[in-house]
Design a binder for this molecule. Structure first.
Ligand SMILES: Nc1ncnc2c1ncn2[C@@H]1O[C@H](COP(=O)(O)OP(=O)(O)O)[C@@H](O)[C@H]1O
Ligand SMILES: [Mg+2]
Length: 329
């Protein structure tokens, strides 16, 4: 046990207690939580700050509106229904088409009008929401994933999670839906996380249910070595979420729409730690680097987003993996 702890510390792994006590508590003002825990508020804030987000088709907050939901949804050929204060992918319906009064999910399964009404009244009752309070239904534009992911994603929308510390994008992973996760990119629903080299945006190995994996379980395709499109824009969007929220320790989730490009999907003030497994790298050493060089530095000054990105790309590049065939680094 002792030697395992020592090894973890040597690799600069951030543990849950350390994250909570020294990063979330210290760098995230509780008063700011509603900005990120409520997706409607996040969206409004993002629009004010020129951060691109998926379009909001409508939002509903009354029981009578839920009863009329099929009329409300009628004009939209495809859409996503989600609880404003949901988490972990719970309560989200991604509808790709409607047909004879039925709604077709990305998995191909149909939802009847009655089931849709029932689902919406459950959202309003807070069944899927943080704290279980009454909630609001968001109807959002459906993101059409970029075809570059066809090889490594299974139905649904992959997203990029970036950990942003005091505005510096310190670590990232690509989350890929699997058959099991039903089109959602949430890891505990069964999606895969593939590490991303902050410097180049290339994928590294993956993590699936906390175990390392080199290929996608449904497509069998290799996970590593793929270039993320729009990497510069992804880093720019994520870094700017610091100014937008004033939260020092933030998980930024970004999706790539086939026509609109990178969009900020949601923010998280308590982002998970298994991004470290996907990257085979610890967060702690990167956080301490930023603290030593900027936070506790004599002239405490947080640089502009572009300079923070340059710093992170130079400082936190993934180590070169030796090429097994040629032996070259
Ligand atoms: N507008 C959308 N279009 C397509 N898929 C979506 C959309 N919104 C959410 N999803 C899918 O659902 C997952 C969870 O959505 P998200 O908004 O991040 O909520 P949560 O807080 O529950 O994680 C996403 O990773 C994505 O796979
Ligand atoms: Mg999410």
């Amino acid at each position: 046990m002792w030697s395992r702890l020592q090894k973890l510390r040597r690799n600069g792994v951030l543990t849950i207690n350390n994250r909570n006590a020294n990063y979330i508590l210290r760098y995230n003002d509780r008063k700011k939580y509603p900005l990120v825990d409520d997706k409607l508020k996040t969206k409004q804030l993002a629009i004010e700050h020129d951060v691109s987000v998926p379009g909001l088709l409508t939002h509903l907050d009354s029981e009578s509106a839920a009863k009329d939901i099929t009329k409300v949804l009628d004009p939209f050929p495809d859409f996503v229904v989600k609880p404003a204060q949901g988490a972990g992918g719970d309560g989200i319906l991604v509808i790709q088409a409607s047909h004879n009064g039925r709604y077709i999910k990305t998995s191909g399964q149909a939802v009847t009008a009655k089931e849709m009404e029932h689902h919406c009244s459950n959202i309003l009752a807070g069944l899927f929401s943080l704290g279980g309070h009454r909630d609001v239904i968001l109807v959002e534009e459906r993101i059409r994933p970029s075809h570059v992911f066809d090889q490594i994603a299974y139905q649904g929308v992959p997203d990029v999670r970036v950990i942003v510390f005091c505005g510096f994008p310190v670590m990232a992973m690509l989350r890929l839906p699997t058959r099991q996760s039903q089109g959602k990119a949430n890891l505990h629903q069964g999606a895969i996380g593939a590490g991303l080299d902050i410097s180049t945006g290339h994928t590294l190995q993956g993590v699936w249910f906390n175990e390392i994996t080199l290929s996608h379980p449904d497509t069998g395709n290799q996970l590593s070595g793929l270039p993320m499109p729009f990497w510069d824009d992804i880093l720019d969007l994520s870094a700017r979420c610091y100014e937008m929220t004033d939260l020092g320790y933030l998980g930024v989730d970004i999706v790539i729409d086939d026509t609109r490009g990178p969009l900020m999907l949601e923010l998280n003030a308590r982002p998970g730690l298994n991004i470290q497994i996907a990257n085979q790298a610890g967060l702690l050493s990167r956080l301490k680097d930023i603290e030593d060089n900027f936070i506790y530095a004599k002239n405490r000054k947080i640089p502009e987003p572009a300079d923070r990105i340059d710093y992170a790309r130079n400082r936190f590049a993934a180590p070169q993996v030796a090429n097994l065939e040629t032996g070259a680094a």
